[in-house]
Design a protein. Sequence first.
Length: 441
Amino acid sequence: MTDLLIRGFEGVLIHPEDEGYDAARSVWNAIIDRRPALIARCASTADVVAAVRYGREAGLEIGVRGGGHSFLGLPVVEGGLMIDLSGLATVRVDPGSRRAWVGGGALLGALDIAAQRFGLATTAGNVSHTGAGGLTLGGGTGWLARLHGLTCDNVASYQLVTADGAVLRVAADEHPDLFWALRGGGGNFGIVTEFEFRLHPVGTQAYVSDFYYDLQEARTALRGWRDLFPETPRQATPVARVGRWEEFAGRPMASIGFVWVGDAAEARHLRAQYAALGRPTSEGSRELTYLELQMGDDDIEQHAIRRYCKGLYLRDLPDEAIDAFLDQRTEVSARLALNGGAIADVPPGASAYSHRDALVEFTSSAGWTDPTDDDHRISTVRNYAAGLNQFASGSYVNTISDTDAGAVRRAYSPPDLTRLAKIKEQYDPTNVFRHTLNIRP
């Protein structure tokens, strides 16, 4: 059957015995160690169609790899077919129409670089080597989200390969039900081989300001930080973190600050407000380019780190939640980031992304290299995040690291989940694309 696929396939087929197989199956989370029976590195939409049809004919379970940043390693299917989109990485920008056409395997950094040549950008995550496809299909947050909406809010159209091998253009006026589902519903409905994004004139500058506190000093400052939310300009994304920094001898600390996209001079007033919140141990503010901002959270040893994350949305941030956020003395790092703004401008139910009413997003994570540490590190993150569970209203699909029965229910509201299941029944009734955070037909 593989020979039949080769005859209609212009990409690269990688078998377990081939040189480069281990590199091809490795993904961002080094915990994932599965062995697909075949990796199909596609070079075109026609290749994706051929791969989907082959996988179905051969009875192979199918996973789809864009950038490989899924915490759960969902694209890597043990004994199955991994459809690798890394050969579909072209990015084309038209500055006149402020549009970008982005291949399903492109990384966010490629989109940022191409758009920034014209001072343009769209909401595109915080790590440049994340795949544009996975980020967008889950909703897509980033430093521009409060100003210009989620990544999925900025998609004008999708080119989609369905479970039966059809190629569709999906937009507000073409397959509107599917257009609704693709804006937050994950990879459940097909394989997107190209995205058309709306771009925005954001310039090329950014500004970051952080104030560092000992944990016992941070409580009052964090409450003041929260109280500034209603008057915070949309160009700013307030962020608070807890963790350990080398410059503070590795002791637990908190940082309270914001990220600003645009002219740093316009951020000075907000920085002054933050400076008055408390008595920080240290302060760091810097001007940088937008591209430097977008690469600021990149890690060099991408596939060498084992990872686990717990993410929660909170509609409110009471004092008790702040106390739980600061109740951290371990190797876990965590952050709170303000939502709202343009994210909340989109009415509830207007897209499959279900958490537009969230005030803040909480994420806690750990990274390590020794497999014998897995249980300890994972349980540490879980136990810490459990302190905020009582305040949570749901979870962001792109940070879910567990496949328990409630994972999908945490990602979507009941009405949205019901609607998603009906659309899944229409476009993928046999659940071909089940190696996702799966919505069953």
